[in-house]
Design a protein around this ligand. Structure first.
Ligand code: XMP
Length: 510
């Protein structure tokens, strides 16, 4: 399988570059610049290298530099933004900083070399996305200028004899017209990659590799019913069958019918060797009287590990612990400081009592939507593959104040109704749920006074959950949800809709 290296200099779009390469069915790997040497790049057989952008100035001694050997490996290089300036710097061109030359946002560029392979199929004048203060004032010897803008004399340059290309703008962002075309031109025409990175072959290759690697070993996986652990479970099950034991800890804080559903899919449909631990009472016991959100989270995280460990110990010797870590978890923190093992945000850490020889993470090379694609191909139900995020501590952070069985039951019913109504309306929200506040108000029903809980409905629209907008749900949908909740769920006398975005609020209430 041909692969491209995305050499990361701290750019904010490094993941996007890898995505754009993968959209061509060519595998791309992000590595921090200080974690791989030019010799290793040569040995590992990359067909091309892309230097990412970065926040720095090349003349700053503290900024990331790289051995110029990389330009003479005979492997094509594409430098983007800081990566372009770095290329110029390494080859003794002139990079300058000038406030009046900085460009941010959409900028028009003009091609100087219409026959340039990087710009094949693009237009002579087009829009690109710029974000820079420094710029290449003089291209290095041996380089020709391929494009310019009004402020930037060298918006693109190349040394065709060595297949080294550089652009000051960001081809990976959608605002750059023909950006994807440029990436395709680089990856397919210039690097000559075969387009054979496909999810079908990923499944086949992964299953075959684990069949061999894990033969005769006992593998343990904590299954949450979330997309990542579900896909990891099915993939590994194909490889090792019953040697994979999945432990599903039902902490009693799941949504309506969720525990039974997860069990029916994995044990029923797929025949997984799955242990469901019904630990609801135990968790509620530990949470009795606790109202402080962080304390709730901490207790649940610790208890989860404890239950998982107890089950693990019952199983005897475990050889391998499997995790559903995905690619963004691995590279999230950018410049190679990323942890190799995900600090399992759902369960609060790795078990310390169970001993195992190694960890496997079958999805560590995939982005979320690729994981979903694999999930669908593996036959996992769409509801599971496309389900909205659900916090590890579950409904505990959606019942404000002390958690009781009664409050959980009320919340489950209200939440199920709201989700049903939003689903039926096809409203575009990325996450939507109900929260049971600790606030009671007076109501009137059939001439009698009621004094019940206030339930809050929450729906957000977001790309990455780091920031989120409250979703403008149509009034009719809110009304249907409100009428149904107050009619069908005993104990609720008032329904409100949360109209706070993140920031200043968070998505979850606790
Ligand atoms: P916040 O509330 O931080 O939520 O704005 C952002 C996203 O993260 C989810 N979330 C969690 N996910 N474990 C998780 O796996 C957690 O402890 C957790 N807390 C919040 C939340 O549902 C939203 O999608």
């Amino acid at each position: 399988m041909d692969k491209i290296l995305v050499l990361d200099f701290g750019g904010q779009y490094n993941q996007l570059i890898a995505r754009r390469v993968r959209e061509n069915h060519v595998f791309a790997e992000i590595r921090a610049y200080n974690r791989i040497t030019p010799d290793e790049i040569g040995k590992e057989g990359y067909k091309g290298v892309i230097f990412t952008g970065g926040p720095n100035s090349v003349y700053d001694p503290a900024s990331p530099h790289y051995d110029r050997k990389v330009l003479n490996l005979g492997i094509p290089v594409l430098g983007i933004c800081y990566g372009a300036q770095l290329t110029a710097y390494m080859e003794d061109g002139v990079v300058t900083s000038a406030e009046d030359s900085s460009e941010y946002g959409k900028t028009v560029y003009h091609l100087d070399d219409k026959e340039n392979p990087l710009f094949k199929g693009t237009k002579e004048t087009a829009i690109c996305w710029m974000s820079h203060t420094d710029y290449i004032k003089e291209a290095p010897k041996g380089f020709e200028i391929t494009a310019h803008t009004d402020k930037c004399p060298c918006a693109g340059m190349c040394d065709r004899s060595r297949n080294i290309y550089a652009v000051q703008f960001h081809p990976e962002v959608t605002h750059t017209e023909f950006g994807q075309q440029m990436i395709t031109n680089f990856v397919i025409d210039i690097c000559g990659c075969a387009q054979d990175w496909k999810m079908d072959s990923f499944i086949e290759d992964t299953v075959a590799a684990y069949k061999e690697k894990l033969a005769g070993k006992k593998v343990l996986l904590a299954l949450s019913g979330g997309v990542d652990s579900s896909v990891a479970a099915i993939l590994l099950h194909r490889a090792v069958g019953d040697d994979l034991v999945c432990v599903f800890v039902d902490h009693g804080l799941l949504r309506k019918n969720e525990g039974d559903y997860v069990e029916s899919v994995f044990k029923g449909k797929f025949g997984l060797n799955m242990i469901r631990v019904n630990a609801g009472e135990r968790f509620l016991g530990r949470l009795k009287g606790v109202t402080e959100p962080e304390k709730k989270r901490k207790i649940i995280g610790e208890e989860f590990i404890r239950v998982f460990e107890e089950e693990g110990r019952k199983l005897g010797k475990i050889d391998v612990l499997a995790q559903g870590t995905i690619y963004p978890d691995v590279v999230e923190s950018g410049l190679g400081d990323s942890a190799v093992i995900k600090s399992h945000h759902n369960v609060g850490g790795l078990p310390s009592v169970i001993s195992f020889d190694e960890i496997v993470e079958p999805l560590r090379e995939l982005f979320k939507d690729e994981v979903r694609e694999v999930g669908e191909k593996l036959g996992i139900p769409k509801e599971l593959v496309w389900r909205q995020p659900f916090p590890g501590p579950g409904l505990a952070v959606r019942v404000i104040g002390e958690i009781t069985e009664e409050k959980l039951a009320i919340l489950r019913d209200a939440d199920a109704i709201f989700r049903e109504e939003v689903d039926a309306s096809k409203t575009d929200a990325n996450q939507y749920f109900a929260v049971l506040t600790d606030n009671r108000t007076v109501g009137v029903m059939g001439d009698a006074r009621t004094y019940g809980y206030t339930v809050a409905l929450r729906a957000v629209t977001t790309d990455d959950f780091m920031t989120a907008e409250w979703t403008r749900i149509p009034y009719e949908v809110l009304e249907r949800a409100s009428v149904r909740i107050t009619n069908e769920v005993k104990g609720i006398s008032r329904v409100v809709y949360d109209i706070t975005s993140k920031p200043p609020a968070t998505v979850e209430w606790e």
